[in-house]
Design a protein around this ligand. Structure first.
Ligand SMILES: Cc1ncc(COP(=O)(O)O)c(C=O)c1O
Length: 337
C-alpha cells in the first residue's frame, strides 16, 4: 500500500512552479455542524491557497504552468467563462512568473467589469471577450490565436483539456496526500470529501483516495452539465496516474458526481445556494462563491437533511475558492437580503 510520503515523492517529480501557500489549512466547522445537526464537518481551505485571492486553480496551475515552462513557453493562452476563476488565477500567475498572458473569454450574462473580469483587467494581461460559447468553439479561438502568436515569434502554450485536466488531477492527488497527513495530525479519518467539481479536482481526489486506500469517498457536485462526464473524469484520473507513474486504475464505478444542484444553468444562482452561502458566512465566517462552492454546500446540506450521514461520521468539504465572483452577483445577492 502506498503511503502519503510516497505519493508526495511521485508528485515532486512532475515539473512545477511555486505559486501558492501550501499546505492549505484543514479546519473544523463546529457551528455549521451543530446548526445542521449533522456529521463532523471539516473544511479544506483551497480558497486560502494564496495567489490572487486563492482557489483550487492555484494548485492546478502549479503543474499546468510547470508544464508550460518545461516546454519553453513564454506566453500563455487561456479562456473560459467571463467570470472564470481559472483565468483570473492564471493571469496573476503569469505576472508572477514573467510570462505573457492572453485571455479569450466567452461573452455571457456576467461579462461585466466586476469580480474576476475586473481582476483580470487589473493584472494588465491581454483580455478580450469573444462571441463564442465556452466549450470546444472557444478552444478553436485559443488555438488560432496561438498560431498567430507563434508566427510573431512567441512561444505560446494553450491551457486546454485534456492535458490541463490531467495536470489538475495530479494537483488534487497531491492535495489528498496533504489531507492524509493533516488527518493524522488531527486524529480524524473522514468518511466523505465533498467538492464542487466535474473536472480535474474530482479526478485527483478519486485517484488519490484510491491510491492511498483511504476510507474517505469523494463526492462531486457539478456546476455545469458536461456530456460523458464519467468518461472525462476517469480519463483525467488515469492520465494523471500515468504521469505520476502509479499503477492505480480508476473505473466509472469509483466516480460519484451529481448534476442535481446546478439549477437553471451554469452561473445562475439557486435559492438553496444563496441560503447555503449565508449560513456558512453566519456560522463560520467563511464566504463561499455563488457559482461553485455554494451549490456544493447546498448539496451537502440536502444530504444531511436526508439523513445520509450518522452523527459519528466526518465529512470534509473542499472549499475550491471562487469568492471574487461574489461581486459580479451583487444584484442577485442584494435581492436576497
Ligand atoms: C471555485 C471553483 N470551484 C470549482 C471549480 C471546478 O473545478 P474542476 O475544474 O475540477 O471542475 C472551479 C473551476 O472551474 C472553480 O473556479
Amino acid at each position: 500500500m502506498m503511503m502519503s510520503e510516497g505519493l508526495i515523492q511521485k508528485v515532486a517529480q512532475i515539473p512545477q512552479v511555486d505559486l501558492g501557500h501550501f499546505p492549505t489549512p484543514l479546519e473544523e466547522c463546529p457551528r455549521l455542524s451543530e446548526v445542521l445537526g449533522g456529521p463532523r464537518i471539516f473544511m479544506k481551505r483551497e480558497d486560502c491557497s494564496g495567489l490572487a485571492f486563492g482557489g483550487n486553480k492555484v494548485r492546478q496551475l502549479t503543474f499546468t504552468l510547470g508544464d508550460a515552462v518545461a516546454q519553453g513557453a513564454d506566453t500563455i493562452v487561456h479562456g473560459a467563462a467571463s467570470q472564470s476563476n481559472h483565468c483570473r488565477q492564471a493571469a496573476a500567475a503569469c505576472g508572477k512568473l514573467g510570462l505573457n498572458c492572453y485571455l479569450r473569454l466567452a461573452r455571457d450574462h456576467k461579462s461585466i467589469l466586476q469580480g474576476n473580469l475586473l481582476l483580470d483587467n487589473l493584472t494588465g494581461v491581454d483580455v478580450e471577450i469573444v462571441d463564442v460559447p465556452f466549450g470546444p468553439e472557444l478552444d478553436v479561438v485559443k488555438y488560432e490565436l496561438a498560431k498567430d502568436l507563434e508566427a510573431q515569434g512567441m512561444k505560446p502554450y494553450v491551457v486546454a483539456s485534456p492535458r490541463s485536466t490531467a495536470l489538475a488531477a495530479v494537483a488534487f492527488t497531491w492535495c489528498i496526500a496533504e489531507i492524509a497527513e493533516q488527518q493524522q495530525q488531527l486524529g480524524i479519518d473522514a468518511d466523505w470529501i465533498y467538492t464542487a467539481s466535474v473536472g480535474g479536482t474530482q479526478a485527483g481526489l478519486v485517484l488519490g483516495t484510491k491510491t492511498l486506500e483511504m476510507k474517505m469517498k469523494p463526492f462531486g457536485i457539478a456546476p455545469i452539465v458536461w456530456e460523458n462526464k464519467h468518461e472525462r473524469l476517469r480519463s483525467a484520473a488515469n492520465d494523471a496516474a500515468d504521469l505520476l507513474g502509479l499503477d492505480t486504475r480508476v473505473a466509472d464505478t469509483d466516480i460519484q458526481n451529481t448534476d442535481d444542484y446546478i439549477g437553471q444553468a451554469y452561473g445562475y444562482l439557486t435559492p438553496e445556494c444563496i441560503d447555503a452561502l449565508k449560513l456558512v458566512a453566519k456560522t463560520e465566517g467563511i464566504f463561499l462563491d455563488p457559482v461553485y462552492t455554494a451549490k456544493a454546500m447546498a448539496c451537502l446540506i440536502d444530504h444531511i437533511q436526508q439523513g445520509k450521514f450518522g452523527r459519528d461520521e466526518t465529512v470534509i468539504f473542499l472549499h475550491t475558492g471562487g469568492t471574487p465572483a461574489l461581486f459580479a452577483y451583487q444584484e442577485e445577492l442584494v435581492a436576497s437580503l
